[in-house]
Ligand binder design. Structure first.
Ligand SMILES: [Zn+2]
Length: 664
């Protein structure tokens, strides 16, 4: 029998070109395991061989390795007596087979995700791999950090459940074990709450005629969506099968415009003049002094806990505009009565009351780093540091269990090169930048480093709604390969990381991303053709500018960031570019309102008009995301952008000079 098997194997070797990981060169695993010993030889895997599997991971493993009824090729089992740190595993490939063993399920899944990377990339297509050679190897591995997360904002842009599932699957393949799901914000309330149907009937939608007005493009259509409790339970189970915990976030007490549109009474009763914003009402902060608010939050969080079994529930605490509290008679009275010295204390009062609700429900609170500003928050709260490595260091030094996810390294809504879509308040964030994060270099004390429980990426989705039609998947373009870099940051000790070692493995890993179906970023976009020219030009506008010489500077092509106006756009507003000599036919002109590469402060809807004589204008394009690139079909002396809608969600428009490229 044994001889027969060897003969079959030899026959296979001779007749079919067996594929193997690395093509005989090096093993290329992301994230890199702790200890890898590669040995001579291979195991000839075939779909016909049986896979014997611990019950706890049997279904999941079966998605990839179907397993026939022949002799055992792959054995996966739990041995609780194994001594390994949490999440650890041992993986052995010998010419006789594959053995994967771990003390518990979490380790088995981590080991299985390593094993998949020994296969040819097509294992991720889940159609069977046929036959292949697995390199003989002995791996002992465990994670450095218990929290290996990725945040996903589905509040600003709703994402369908199946897209979130796919995203979770990609995270699991990189041994990430937390999805931080940002479910509520100014732009939408996405979680169904029994007894409060209007939260999602009204609060989950935006549109020109909805209580929640559009901000990031799509100004003329209703859009949004929400998740039923059942859908979320399904998502929780889907993630759990892959070893991923979903930590839900209800962002409090700021970022609450959406619930405020449904229940205005939860906000501070403050009226303000919204005319510069075209009627947009910016109130988004819960009133701290209103007792009924805590009853409502108990009801909401009770249902959140019912759906999400995670130990921690994230309750926000970031970017609270305290001016609403300052102007609120009830909050002011509470402030006086308790002899508070700063609004950070008022926020801490709110956060502690909500924390107590969670503790009563048997859960623990997680918050953003500003929530600690008062210095009074108990150190049992888990803190997610987003503002910078220094802010993360402060909370870790203060004794808080800290998730490190500062914008300059881990905000995957930042652009990946200067000329790409994305935010830039935290700079350009490349995969290499993310990989380079170093707690040691930033002077974290050993105690602070011990309080860091892990790392997380973040994807804020305000630009997703604007750009999703321009990409196969804007989320995946922005998150991969940066998530691959993150996965190794969170898996290995800092001293073991090296970009020089990681980069070639990442290149190899891209074939796996392809096979998983991830539309990752292949590289920076091709540079524009044509020579950039700056003919003499004059910029004028119907809008009032915030700086006196702004239009002169723009006329001199002098400010790459553009200049603000002092109010939002109105229907009929215009920006006019007049050229001293005619621009030639075939010239390409890139026109932008708002920030370049970020859809804010734009003409929310509008048209481009050109004129050959500077007097008579002809419409040649509609604005898309506040801009347009046109190619001149005739000589042109003037170009005019005309707004056809009032208001853009901001109290200003950004006026830019045009980028003009002469035909080659
Ligand atoms: Zn108030």
């Amino acid at each position: 029998m044994r001889v027969a098997r060897i003969l079959i194997f030899v026959a296979l070797m001779l007749t079919s070109p067996l594929r193997m990981q690395g093509e005989g060169t090096m093993l290329s695993i992301v994230p890199q395991p702790r200890s890898v010993e590669q040995r001579e030889g291979f195991f000839a895997y075939s779909d016909h061989l049986a896979v014997v599997c611990d019950k706890s991971v049997e279904n999941y493993v079966g998605n990839y390795l179907q397993g026939g009824f022949g002799p055992v090729g792959v054995a996966v089992w739990c041995d609780p007596r194994m001594e390994l740190p949490k999440g650890g595993y041992k993986l052995n490939v010998t010419p006789r087979g594959v053995q994967l063993c771990a003390p518990e399920r979490e380790g088995l899944l981590n080991g299985f995700h390593t094993l998949l990377q020994l296969f040819p990339a097509n294992v991720y297509e889940r159609k069977g791999v046929g036959q292949c050679l697995l390199p003989c190897v002995s791996i002992t591995d465990w994670p450095e950090y218990s929290y290996r997360g990725q945040h996903l904002d589905v509040a600003r842009t709703y994402m369908p459940v199946d897209e979130i599932e796919e995203f979770i699957s990609h995270l699991a393949h990189h041994k990430l074990n937390v999805l931080h799901l940002h479910l509520t914000d100014d732009e939408g309330w996405r979680i169904e709450i029994e007894g409060h149907p209007r939260l999602t009937e009204v609060g989950a939608w935006r549109g020109p005629d909805e209580p929640i007005l559009p901000i990031y493009d799509k100004f003329n259509e209703k859009y949004g969506g929400y998740y039923s409790a059942d859908e979320l339970r399904h998502l929780v189970a889907y993630a759990a099968e892959r070893g991923v915990t979903i930590v839900p976030e209800i962002d409090l007490p700021g970022h609450s415009l959406a619930i405020g549109k449904v229940y205005p009474e939860v906000l501070c009763p403050v009226e303000r003049d919204n005319s510069a914003r075209g009627g947009y009402d910016g109130r988004n902060v819960w009133c701290v002094a209103r007792e009924e608010n805590y009853q409502l939050l108990e009801e909401i969080l009770g249902q959140v806990c019912d759906i999400f079994p995670s130990e921690y529930i994230h309750i926000g605490g970031d970017e609270v505009s305290s001016s609403w509290w300052r102007d609120c008679p009830h909050c002011s009275a509470l402030y006086e009565e308790r002899n508070m010295q700063s609004y950070a204390e008022l926020q801490a009062y709110f956060m502690e009351r909500v924390s107590n609700i969670l503790l009563g429900l048997g859960r623990k609170p997680a918050m953003w780093n500003e929530a600690t500003d008062s210095g009074t928050l108990p150190t049992s709260v888990r803190i997610h540091g987003w503002e910078g490595l220094e802010e993360c260091r402060k909370v870790a030094e203060a004794g808080y269990p800290t998730v490190v996810m500062p914008g300059p390294y881990f905000y995957f809504d930042m652009r990946q090169s200067k000329s790409e879509h994305g935010h830039n308040w935290a700079g350009v964030v490349t995969a290499e930048k993310c990989y380079s994060v170093s707690l040691r270099e930033l002077g974290y004390s050993p105690q602070a480093r011990a309080n860091v429980i892990g790392f997380s990426g973040a994807f804020w989705s305000e630009l997703h709604v604007a750009y999703r039609d321009d990409y196969e998947s804007y989320v995946e373009y922005q998150t991969f390969p940066r998530v691959c870099a993150l996965s190794e940051v969170a898996w290995l000790p800092e001293e073991r990381r090296s970009w020089g070692d990681f980069e070639p493995r990442l290149e190899h890993h891209k074939a796996r991303l392809e096979a998983m179906g991830v539309s990752y970023r292949r590289g920076p976009p091709a540079p524009p053709v044509g020579r950039q020219i700056t003919p003499s030009m004059r910029v004028t506008t119907s809008l009032p500018m915030s700086r006196d010489n702004a239009l002169e500077k723009l006329s001199a092509y002098a400010n790459d960031y553009g200049y603000r106006t002092t109010r939002t756009c109105h229907d009929g507003d215009w920006i006019l570019y007049e050229f001293d000599g005619a621009l030639r036919k075939g010239t390409s002109v890139e026109l932008t309102t708002g920030y370049r590469h970020v859809v804010r402060g734009i003409f929310s809807e509008g048209v481009v008009e050109v004129s050959g004589d500077g007097v008579k204008f002809r419409q040649v394009a509609n604005l898309h995301n506040g801009g347009a690139t046109i190619t001149l079909a005739e000589p042109v002396r003037a170009i005019r952008l005309r707004s056809t809608r009032t208001a853009n969600g901001d109290g200003y428009v950004f006026v830019q000079y045009p980028i003009i490229r002469r035909p080659e």
